[in-house]
Design a protein around this ligand. Sequence first.
Ligand SMILES: Cc1cc2nc3c(=O)[nH]c(=O)nc-3n(C[C@H](O)[C@H](O)[C@H](O)COP(=O)(O)O)c2cc1C
Length: 189
Amino acid sequence: MKKVVLLCGSPRPSGNTYQVLEECAGVIEDQGLDVEIIPLVGKKIESCIACGRCGDLGECGLKDDLNQMITKIKDSEGFIVGSPVYFGTARGDVMSALQRIGMVSRTNGNFLSWKVGGPIAVARRGGQTATLQEMLMFFFINDMIVPGSTYWNMVFGWAPGEAKDDEEGMETIRRFGYNVATLIKKIND
Ligand SMILES: Cc1cc2nc3c(=O)[nH]c(=O)nc-3n(C[C@H](O)[C@H](O)[C@H](O)COP(=O)(O)O)c2cc1C
């Protein structure tokens, strides 16, 4: 079955980002695809140290929790990344993960090519567009396919659960999930 991996960049287990990704995953599942949400909660993710070993090893040379995630992403057709906005940008661990995932792909046959997905940003009040732009750089340099939605993929919320009150944001995410699933099915027909 075709699969979409959704990386949740929040350190809060049932925070807004997780709840938004659950909604997105539900729509993708309804379209007949398999989904897996991978939370970064409790995971150790170091920053790329430019050791250049990924090409030889076939995985990242740093021994933390990332390689297990990379295997799952490799075996999927879709990849969605949700991050809370921290001081106007994506959470540090999210960008550390994306930079390493991208480097492992680029040194190992560009396995991210033609995977469908994109970023989602969640914040109390501001910084979502800069955060989306920051994360989009990963998708576009790695030959991935990013569909749009009816608005940018941003949701407002502060305390866990508030994001679900942002009906326009949630509808944008549901539509994005539908578009990701539909594209995956068309591409892999
Ligand atoms: C260190 C830190 C920085 C934050 N910076 C911003 C910010 O720049 N803009 C904003 O609107 N919210 C900011 N927030 C609030 C979070 O984005 C917001 O609470 C979001 O819902 C958290 O997502 P989560 O529940 O998935 O963890 C910040 C929170 C923290 C902990």
